[in-house]
Design a protein around this ligand. Structure first.
Ligand SMILES: Nc1ncnc2c1ncn2[C@@H]1O[C@H](COP(=O)(O)OP(=O)(O)OP(=O)(O)O)[C@@H](O)[C@H]1O
Ligand SMILES: [Mg+2]
Length: 228
C-alpha cells in the first residue's frame, strides 16, 4: 500500500507536524496506518506515547539507515497507508526512504530561504530517481499559511515553482494552534476539545482537505474521474 515520505533538508518546516496530521486524519477515517519514525530525535514516537493515538495507527520507532528499507517494505504489506517522518538533513536514511516511496511530500514555508531548501529536496528526489532507475512522484506544499491573508511572497514563490514545472499541492496547511496542540495533548485534531485549542472545525476541515489532496496525488486517475 502507498508509502508517503515527508522530506526536507531544512529543519523545522513542518515534516513531523504534517506527517502526524496526515496519519491521524487517515486513521480517524478508519484506514490502518503505519507511521515510521526515522528521525533519530523520535518526535513521532514521543507524540505516540501521549494519550489519544488511534488504535489503527501503529508507530515504528528506532528505524535507521540499516533497517529503513526492510521496515517500509514490511509495513507496506500490512497497512493501507505508510507515512515516513524523516530527519531534517540529507542522509542515506532519507534517500533510502525516498527510494521506496510512492509519494514524497516537501513542506515549505512562504519565504525564499525555504524555497531554496525545498529545491534541494527536489534535487535529492531526482538523484535518488537516477540511482534506482524509476521516477518517484513528489509534490511541494506550503505549511503554516496564514488564515488571514495570502502574503505576496507566498504567491510569488508558488508561481515560480509552477513556472519551473514543479508540482505544488493546491491545498496548503494553515498555521493553527490545533496543529501544535496535538503534540502537547496527544491524539488527533479530531480528538481535541475546545479547551485544548481554538477553531477546531476549521482545523479539522483543513487537515481533511490536505489528506484528500494527498490521496488524490496517489490516484491521479481517480482525482480526475470521480467514477474511478
Ligand atoms: N501548520 C502549523 N501550524 C502551527 N504550528 C506549526 C505548523 N507546522 C509546524 N508548526 C510548528 O513548527 C515547529 C516545527 O515543526 P516540525 O517539528 O513539524 O518541523 P520538522 O520539519 O519536522 O522539523 P525537523 O527538521 O527538526 O524534524 C514546531 O514547533 C511545530 O509545532
Ligand atoms: Mg521533524
Amino acid at each position: 500500500m502507498p508509502v508517503i515520505s515527508f522530506v526536507s533538508p531544512k529543519g523545522g518546516v513542518g515534516k513531523t507536524t504534517s506527517a502526524v496530521l496526515l496519519g491521524g486524519v487517515l486513521a480517524d477515517k478508519g484506514a490502518p496506518v503505519t507511521m515510521i519514525d526515522a528521525d533519530p530525535n523520535q518526535p513521532v514516537s514521543s507524540w505516540a506515547k501521549l494519550p489519544g493515538r488511534p488504535e489503527n495507527l501503529r508507530v515504528i520507532r528506532d528505524v535507521t539507515q540499516d533497517t529503513v528499507i526492510d521496515v517500509i517494505e514490511e509495513e507496506a504489506q500490512r497497512s493501507t497507508f505508510v507515512i515516513c517522518d524523516l530527519e531534517g538533513t540529507a542522509s542515506l536514511t532519507v534517500s533510502y526512504a525516498v527510494s521506496r516511496s510512492d509519494l514524497v511530500l516537501i513542506p515549505l514555508q512562504g519565504s525564499h530561504l525555504d524555497a531554496a531548501q525545498a529545491a534541494r529536496a527536489v534535487k535529492l528526489v531526482r538523484s535518488t530517481e537516477k540511482a534506482i532507475g524509476r521516477s518517484v512522484p513528489f509534490a511541494l506544499f506550503f505549511n503554516r499559511v496564514s488564515t488571514a491573508i495570502q502574503p505576496r511572497t507566498f504567491r510569488h514563490i508558488r508561481d515560480e515553482f509552477e513556472a519551473a514545472g514543479l508540482p505544488v499541492l493546491a491545498c496548503t496547511l494553515q498555521e493553527r494552534e490545533a496543529f501544535r496542540a496535538i503534540f502537547s495533548f496527544g491524539g488527533t485534531v479530531g480528538g481535541l476539545t475546545s479547551a485544548q485549542a481554538s477553531n477546531l472545525p476549521a482545523a479539522l476541515a483543513n487537515v481533511s482537505d490536505f489528506a484528500r489532496a494527498v490521496t488524490n496525488r496517489l490516484r491521479p486517475a481517480a482525482a480526475t474521474n470521480p467514477e474511478a
